[in-house]
Write a protein that binds this ligand. Structure first.
Ligand SMILES: *[C@@H]1O[C@H](CO)[C@@H](O)[C@H](O)[C@H]1NC(C)=O
Ligand SMILES: *[C@@H]1O[C@H](CO)[C@@H](O)[C@H](O)[C@H]1NC(C)=O
Ligand SMILES: *[C@@H]1O[C@H](CO)[C@@H](O)[C@H](O)[C@H]1NC(C)=O
Ligand SMILES: *[C@@H]1O[C@H](CO)[C@@H](O)[C@H](O)[C@H]1NC(C)=O
Length: 356
């Protein structure tokens, strides 16, 4: 499990990632003066719209099917389960805080015409289990359907063109399409074609969001899929992961191409949120200096056997997970998800001018 056992692969990808990191920092900040004043978006957004999966969901996934609504999820913050797949805050919360907004209301509640002031801060359409295509979680709305929900609100003039022009979106679909492919025993030969289809669909999705009039769209790259505790082997994790590299390099190229088209003459409408670099940097340093220490960064705080989730209880009432003492010293919350402290670390790396 110890990352230091993986030195060759690991060093190899660190070299790649170091050069990527410089590029990415450049690509997420339009200009250095703006970065200091207005953060990566170059202006102060008044609304945040979120599309994605469990990394970004703040409570959309139905109580009946989601373990995120059961203890011990939420034990660090706010102290009880809130539908987040974590012990506390997730990416959406940290991003909202970064831009100076409160966490946007979930679509689940927002669609019932909540107070205008609340809805005006944006909305979170992310559902745990979502992919760009249908996943093994059949009832969960894919990214296209999430964007349809947004479009329905626009048709009802819930958000005006000016509202949209002062808003940003976060698009975070990072792996359920691939987990589903694995679950359905997809072949290795078929995988590159799937990756191309997934990335193509992501690019269509983010362009659609932008074309509604949203000013900037921040797009998550894939984390190192084979380093999720779910897939980590006793040897540790293999960061020589050609699939993740293919996904990220196609997505990066696609976004750069979209930016070059100068939609609305806006400079850099699409920004990248490089979860790959953040994760691997955190694994290498066992945390982020001054922010976090993760002695065993590939281990989950809420450990379960394959096929069960953090929060699952057996029919006889026995808990099917074991919980660590101190979630703050763990990067991974469960087999797939990240702790509150893990997200804090990711944001402090990728948005270095943030104060968390
Ligand atoms: C998303 O889900 C809807 C409803 O199940 C389906 O009609 C649509 O084809 C899906 N979109 C993609 C891109 O697979
Ligand atoms: C959006 O706002 C910016 C800055 O205020 C302005 O320059 C731009 O023209 C606006 N775009 C639209 C489509 O209203
Ligand atoms: C995948 O393969 C496993 C092991 O060979 C088998 O038990 C399972 O039924 C297969 N699943 C599907 C969806 O084909
Ligand atoms: C990475 O994996 C590919 C195939 O999956 C293999 O051909 C290559 O030798 C590996 N590279 C390293 C540095 O291990």
């Amino acid at each position: 499990m110890n990352i230091t056992k993986l030195t060759p692969w690991f060093l190899f990808s660190c070299l790649i990632l170091l050069s990527d990191y410089i590029k990415v920092n450049g690509s997420i900040s339009p200009s250095s003066e703006q970065t200091q004043k207005d953060g990566i978006f170059g202006f102060k957004p008044k609304k945040l719209f979120v599309f994605g999966d469990s990394y970004a969901d703040t409570g959309n996934t139905p109580v009946l099917i989601a373990p995120s609504w059961r203890f011990p999820n939420g034990i660090t913050f706010p102290g009880w389960p809130t539908g987040r797949f974590a012990d506390g805050r997730v990416s959406t919360d940290y991003l909202a805080k970064y831009v100076g907004l409160r966490t946007p209301i979930t679509h689940k509640w927002g669609k019932y015409g909540r107070p205008r002031l609340v809805v005006k801060r944006g909305m979170n359409f992310a559902y745990g289990g979502a992919g760009v295509f249908e996943t093994m979680f059949k009832l969960i709305p894919n990214a296209s359907v999430q964007i349809d929900f947004f479009e329905q609100l626009l048709r009802r003039n819930v958000y005006s063109p000016a509202d949209l022009n002062s808003s940003v979106a976060f698009f975070s679909i990072v792996g359920n399409d691939y987990l589903t492919y694995n679950r359905r025993n997809g072949t290795e030969q078929g995988r590159p074609a799937l990756i191309r289809r997934v990335v193509k669909q992501i690019l269509l999705d983010v362009k659609r969001i932008k074309d509604f009039g949203v000013r900037k769209v921040l797009v998550a790259l894939s984390p190192p899929q084979k380093c999720l505790p779910l897939l980590v082997t006793p040897k540790g994790c293999d960061t020589n992961d050609t699939s993740t590299h293919l996904h990220n390099s196609l997505l990066r190229k696609g976004l750069i191409k979209l930016n070059d088209k100068k939609i609305n003459n806006d400079d850099k409408s699409f920004l990248m949120f490089d979860l790959y670099n953040a994760f691997v940097t955190i694994f290498k340093n066992k945390g982020v200096p001054g922010v976090s220490v993760f002695p065993d960064p590939l281990k989950a705080c809420c450990a379960t056997k394959r096929g069960t989730s953090c929060g699952d209880i057996s029919l006889s009432g026995k808990k099917l997970y074991s919980l660590c003492e101190d979630p703050k010293s763990f990067f991974f919350w469960d087999n797939v998800h990240i702790t509150d402290q893990g997200w804090r670390s990711v944001f402090s790396l990728l948005l270095p001018d943030s104060q968390f």
